[in-house]
Each structure stands twice: as structure tokens, then as C-alpha cells.
Design a protein around this ligand. Structure first.
Ligand code: HEC
Length: 339
């Protein structure tokens, strides 16, 4: 951690030198705003621009945007700044070098690095909070004091705050690329998400002992989606996270999706252990007939697949949710899901 901190001032010096040598600092002094906008926090920031056709747009300053901003500055002019001043760069190699310099600058900008800390803390609190609050000791004592509903409310507040910090930190953290996702990676969530949505809808609408407050059901056989996996909500949430990691190769996204992935898996194992302790015999029977990994109990002949139990309504509901989310994605998240 300390080593990483020491590397940052070193990283800061080099890109600024690059920009200085190219004469950029005359209008972007020290990388900050002057005649032109602030470049020091630009990479990954959302810019309000006006196109040559006069259309106002919000664009995330990713690599492609930075490239366009250098090759054709007047194609998209940042609102609040004048067109026709920023000199275009034609040389591709020079554009590559400058884009690299601007990207390297961003994480070292004062204050912006701190958002990685918010992502990390939010992630730890989100995963740890779930485990701690649903652990036997704390849970029983808290219920004795706050009552069942009071405990649920407190639980929701703690988890909500942790998730809020995780997501807010993610939107604010600078763009630090760990790998450069190619366009095809966008097909991964597009193809995985229909399954995720069906599993979510079926998971939330099919009673099972693995759901909060339903442990007493452990004696009854698994039905519907639970024949496929006994943790449909957790496992599909993990699938959501894995699928989204493909087209999001930056550090903050790894923190966000990684935390959710970890919770889906660790949370499932944690619920299993709690139920096993609560009713060992009934659980042994239930666990033998179900699986965490989708379809593995069915593949092993320990259960059978029943499309009818899942039902056409849940499948259509999941697909409708998928259509709605992929349609609203660009507005709500600010990133289009289409390749
Ligand atoms: C003569 C002044 C001037 C110089 C020199 C200059 N710029 Fe700019 N730059 C501007 C202005 C004005 C804008 C805002 C208008 C626009 O978006 O085209 C801008 C915009 C930009 C943007 C888009 C910023 C954003 O917030 O979206 C980038 C990136 C950029 N400049 C990089 C550079 C680099 C790299 C250099 C050095 C090679 C450079 N500029 C040199 C004036 C300048």
C-alpha cells in the first residue's frame, strides 16, 4: 500500500513532462483548467460537450473520446470553452502518447485517488456487513434488542450505506485501465443477462429455505429454479458481476463487480453453513438433492429439471426485465450496453 503511494508522485511527473514538451500546458496550465479544460482529472470524467451539429451530449472521457478530442477538437467542444482554439494533432503516434499521458495523469490528481479507498471500504463493508450481520451471535443479540423488524431495518441501512459508498466511489474514481476490453466483450453481458434476469425473478418468487427468514422450509423438497441451483439469486448476481467484468477493465470496476461476485459466492456458502447447523438432518437431505453450481445436481442425477415448475410467467418476466434494463441502461448508468 505504502509502496503504491510512493509510486504515484513518480507517475505524476512523467505525463506532465510529456504534455509540457508538446506545448499543451500553455492552455491547460499544470494540467488544470485555463483556456482549455482540466486534463489532470479528465480520463474517465463525464464531459458535457456540444457536437459540430449543435447537439448537447454527455460523454465519458474514455480512450476513444480522448483520441477524438486530439484528432478533431472541434467535432465535440466542451461546453464553457471556445471552439477553434485547441490545435488538432494529426500524427497517430503522438496521439497515442498524449492519450497515455492524460490517462496516467488522472489517478494522481489531488483527491481523486481517494475514491479507490471509498470503493475498497465500501466493498469490504458490503461483503463483511452481510456476513457479520447474518452471523449467529450478532444477529441473535441484535434481534433480542431491536426486534425482528428493527433488526431488518438496521441491516438494510448498514448494507445500503456500504453499497452506496461502493457505487458512488466507483462513479467518482479515476479511470485506471487494467486491461483494454475489445468490443466483442460487450456480447458477454448481453448474452448472459437474460439468464441472470430469469434466475433473479424465479429466485425471488420461489420460496426456499435459502431465502432470508425461510430457514424452516428446509424439510420440503427443492422446486423450480432451486432444482438448478439452491442459491438462484446469489449465483445469478455473481454471474452479473462476472459478465460485467469482461467489458470493464478498469480498477474501480474490478472493485465494484469483484465485491458483488465475492458476496454471491461467500454468501451462498455462509447460508449453507447456517442451515446445516440449524437442522443438520433435513439440511443433509436438501443439500444432497441440490447444488450451488447451476445444473450440477441435475447433471449428477440427484435432481431433475422441470421447466413447468419454473413456469412461463417467470421466464417471460425475466426476459421483460432484461429488455427494460438493457433499454434503460444508457440513461441510468451512462454507458450503452450495445457493441
Ligand atoms: C491554444 C490553446 C490550447 C493548446 C495549446 C492545447 N489545447 Fe487542448 N483545448 C483547448 C481548448 C480551448 C479546449 C476546449 C475546446 C474543445 O473541447 O475542443 C481544449 C480541449 C482539450 C481536450 C478535451 C478536454 C475535455 O475536457 O474534454 C483535450 C484532451 C486537450 N485539449 C488536450 C490537449 C493536449 C494534449 C494538448 C497538447 C498537445 C493541448 N490540448 C493543447 C486549448 C488548447
Amino acid at each position: 500500500m505504502i509502496g503504491l503511494g510512493l509510486l504515484i508522485p513518480v507517475a505524476l511527473a512523467a505525463p506532465l513532462d510529456d504534455l509540457r514538451a508538446d506545448g499543451c500546458l500553455a492552455c491547460h496550465p499544470g494540467g488544470a483548467a485555463g483556456v482549455g479544460p482540466d486534463l489532470s482529472t479528465l480520463a474517465g470524467r463525464t464531459e458535457h460537450v456540444r457536437t459540430a451539429a449543435g447537439q448537447g451530449l454527455d460523454v465519458v472521457a474514455d480512450e476513444a473520446y480522448l483520441r477524438r478530442a486530439l484528432l478533431e477538437p472541434d467535432a465535440e467542444v466542451v461546453v464553457g470553452f471556445a471552439p477553434g482554439i485547441m490545435p488538432p494533432t494529426a500524427d497517430r503516434a503522438r496521439v497515442d502518447r498524449l492519450v497515455g499521458a492524460i490517462t496516467a495523469l488522472s489517478p494522481a490528481a489531488p483527491g481523486s485517488r481517494g475514491w479507490f479507498g471509498v470503493v475498497a471500504l465500501g466493498g469490504v463493508a458490503f461483503v463483511g456487513g452481510h456476513l457479520l450481520l447474518s452471523g449467529r451471535h450478532l444477529r441473535d443479540r441484535a434481534i433480542a434488542r431491536l426486534g425482528e423488524y428493527g433488526f431488518m431495518a438496521a441491516y438494510s441501512v448498514v448494507i445500503g450505506l456500504a453499497l452506496g459508498a461502493l457505487v458512488y466511489g466507483w462513479t467518482k474514481a479515476p479511470y485506471v485501465e487494467l486491461w483494454a476490453p475489445s468490443t466483442w466483450t460487450r456480447w458477454v453481458p448481453l448474452l448472459v443477462m437474460p439468464w441472470v434476469m430469469v434466475m433473479q425473478v424465479a429466485g425471488y418468487t420461489t420460496p426456499s429455505p435459502t431465502m432470508a427468514g425461510m430457514a424452516a422450509m428446509v424439510g420440503s423438497p427443492a422446486r423450480g429454479i432451486h432444482r438448478i441451483t439452491r442459491h438462484p439469486v446469489n449465483i445469478s448476481t455473481s454471474l452479473w458481476a462476472v459478465a460485467h467484468l469482461f467489458p470493464n477493465g478498469d480498477l474501480a470496476s474490478v472493485g465494484l463487480f469483484g465485491s458483488v461476485l465475492a458476496l454471491g459466492i461467500v454468501g451462498s456458502l455462509h447460508i449453507d453453513r447456517r442451515l446445516a447447523r440449524r437442522s443438520p438432518e433435513a439440511w443433509a437431505r436438501y443439500a444432497a438433492a441440490t447444488s450451488v453450481v447451476p445444473f450440477s445436481a441435475i447433471a449428477a442425477g440427484r435432481n431433475t429439471f422441470s421447466l413447468r415448475e419454473i413456469g412461463v410467467v417467470r421466464i417471460l418476466g425475466g426476459l421483460a426485465l432484461y429488455a427494460l434494463v438493457s433499454w434503460g441502461h444508457a440513461w441510468v448508468i451512462g454507458a450503452s450496453p450495445w457493441p
